[in-house]
Design a protein around this ligand. Structure first.
Ligand code: FAD
Ligand code: NAI
Length: 477
């Protein structure tokens, strides 16, 4: 094999896990290649994976646009701004979203050039062992064969299908179709009240759809702190999301331009609803299709993820895996942290990912964000804790914004006062949670946050006040 086809590191997949791993490897002086098969509408490359193309970025673009639309329709009037003749130009909204996606795709191409990462557009498949490493074939727009001593698998995940309800992306939609609906459906059904169901359900509700969310579990957002989930459920219901818990889907029948869902409600009563569109968001499955891992002997775990140790090593020395294709939360920032850590480990450094301080955010309105343990987890683990909450209703900046829903909640160790978890439902919780992540990373106590000066008036004062509330000395509530 010619030297230009030999690399130190080859990354398969150009999503947040893969492209960041490739950049970090190149920064560390490795001759690095990244292979990604995603194609844009013109057949060209579209780097950034699920996150950039049909995930984090387009969903947040639509969440922002639909929030503006909703505010213009209702909230502006309270501020004394009358919007006459308000109308929705959905085509422009979708076009803007595509522009935001493209700017991110192009940004990664630029970053690859800047960091001297060689990009191959096509599908990467393990072809076998090569001298001192592995050979990976590339097929698709680019056909090639390359080799490397270290290969990082970062092939991500795909939407899980509900048996008997295959995605056609016109009427039965995965996240991909849910981001491209070309007319606001009068009635939208959503199966799964998880992160995608709530975010995409919110987008289309704000734009005028009547949204029904059908959730299999009897509890709402089971992974979220119970008090926060209860508050969020109340607020979403008030907004008009019809969230039905504890349902059992019996069948999904597709018509020409609608779809009927037959299900049993929580009490076991038979129900039937016909929707114009149906989003199915019941989780995601790791993507190992056509990767040829059997050729090199990489093992999967019992759930179909690439099996890795705590440091993202597969069972085959020299082959690593990061992001959605391995265990752990399916989050872009978790994938990125793993990608960086693996590149550093290949360089003999001590790459580090702290799984206890990975933040979660649900970008609804209000947003939900958390880090660390929930109150129900601490109870289950028998940990003695103190809790403090502060409502945004008592925060001056929230009042000025006209968004006083929700609260900040601190959980701290009863003896040492170390922060064990922080939970927020409220305005820009996605940004506020960073302070808690930093604090927990440095193993701060709630007293530390309570004694730090926070700007006034700011939403972050609610964080300080919740920390004060841990010792029952909140000043403004
Ligand atoms: P991916 O982003 O899935 O990238 C994998 C890439 O590998 C893809 O480009 C794929 O085409 C390519 N590939 C696969 N197999 C091959 C092969 N054999 N050869 C070449 N290329 C291949 N996470 C957040 O943290 N915040 C959010 O707000 C958020 N919002 C989301 C919204 C939606 C609707 C969805 C679906 C997900 C969202 N996520 C969010 C999750 C996030 O998108 C994923 O956790 C993240 O993309 C995982 O990154 P990854 O690099 O592991 O995989
Ligand atoms: P999810 O795991 O968040 O939620 C799936 C929901 O579907 C669960 O509540 C589950 O109980 C329910 N469910 C499963 N099978 C069902 C059935 N047969 N009938 C009814 N309900 C059923 O999965 P989702 O929403 O598909 O998202 C996938 C992942 O993508 C998330 O877990 C998250 O990791 C990532 N994501 C992250 C975002 C963020 O960080 N803001 C946004 C969107 C997705």
């Amino acid at each position: 094999m010619s030297t230009e086809k030999q690399f130190d590191v080859v990354v398969i997949g150009g999503g947040p896990g893969g492209y960041v791993a490739a950049i970090r490897a190149a920064q560390l002086g490795f001759k690095t290649a990244c292979i990604d098969e995603w194609q844009n509408a013109k057949g060209g490359p579209a780097l950034g994976g699920t996150c950039t193309n049909v995930g984090c970025i387009p969903s947040k673009a639509l969440l922002q646009s639909s929030e503006h639309f909703e505010h213009a329709g209702h909230a502006f009037a309270e501020h004394g701004i009358d919007v006459a003749g308000l109308s929705l130009n959905l085509g422009q909204m979708l076009k803007r979203k595509e522009g935001v996606v493209k700017a991110n795709n192009d940004g990664i191409v630029y970053l690859f050039k800047k960091n001297k990462v060689t990009f191959f557009h096509g599908r990467g498949t393990f072809a076998g062992k090569a001298e001192g490493g592995f050979t990976v074939n590339v097929s698709g727009p680019t056909t090639d064969s390359i080799s490397a001593k270290n290969v990082i698998i970062a092939t991500g995940s795909n939407a899980r299908e509900l048996p008997g309800a295959a995605f056609d992306e016109k009427v039965i939609l995965s996240n991909t179709g849910a981001l491209t609906v070309d007319a606001v459906p009068a009635k939208l059904g959503v199966i799964g009240a998880g992160v995608i169901g709530l975010e995409m359900g919110s987008v289309w509700r704000r734009l005028g759809a009547k949204v029904t969310v059908l959730e299999g579990l009897p509890t709402f957002l089971g992974a979220v702190d119970e008090q926060i989930a209860k508050e969020a459920h109340k607020l979403f219901t008030k907004q008009g999301l019809d969230i039905q818990l504890g349902v059992k889907i019996n069948s999904v029948t597709k018509g020409d331009n609608n779809v009927t869902v037959d299900y049993a409600d929580a009490a076991g009563a038979a129900k039937s609803e016909t929707f114009d569109r149906l989003i199915i968001s019941i989780g995601r499955v790791p993507n190992t299709n056509g990767l040829g891992i059997e050729t090199v002997g990489v093992q999967l775990d019992e759930r179909g993820f690439v099996a890795v140790d705590d440091e993202c090593r597969t069972n085959v020395p020299g082959i690593w895996a990061v992001g959605d294709v391995v265990r752990g939360p399916m989050l872009a920032h978790k994938a990125e942290e793993e990608g960086v850590a693996v590149a550093e480990r290949i360089a003999g450094q001590h790459g580090h990912v702290n799984f206890n301080t990975i933040p979660w955010v649900i970008y609804t309105s209000p947003e939900i964000a958390w880090v660390g343990k929930t109150e129900q987890q601490l109870k289950k683990e028998g940990v003695a804790y103190k809790a403090g909450t502060f409502p945004f209703m008592a925060n001056g900046r929230a009042r000025a914004l006209g968004d006083t829903s929700g609260m900040v909640k601190f959980l701290a160790d009863a003896t040492t006062d170390e922060i064990l978890g922080v939970h927020i439902v409220g305005p820009v919780a996605s940004e506020l949670i960073s302070e808690a992540v930093v604090a927990m990373e440095f193993r701060a106590s709630s007293e530390d946050i309570a004694r730090i000066c926070h700007a006034h008036p700011s939403l972050s004062e609610a964080t300080k006040e919740a920390a004060l509330a841990v010792d029952k000395r909140s000043l403004n509530f």
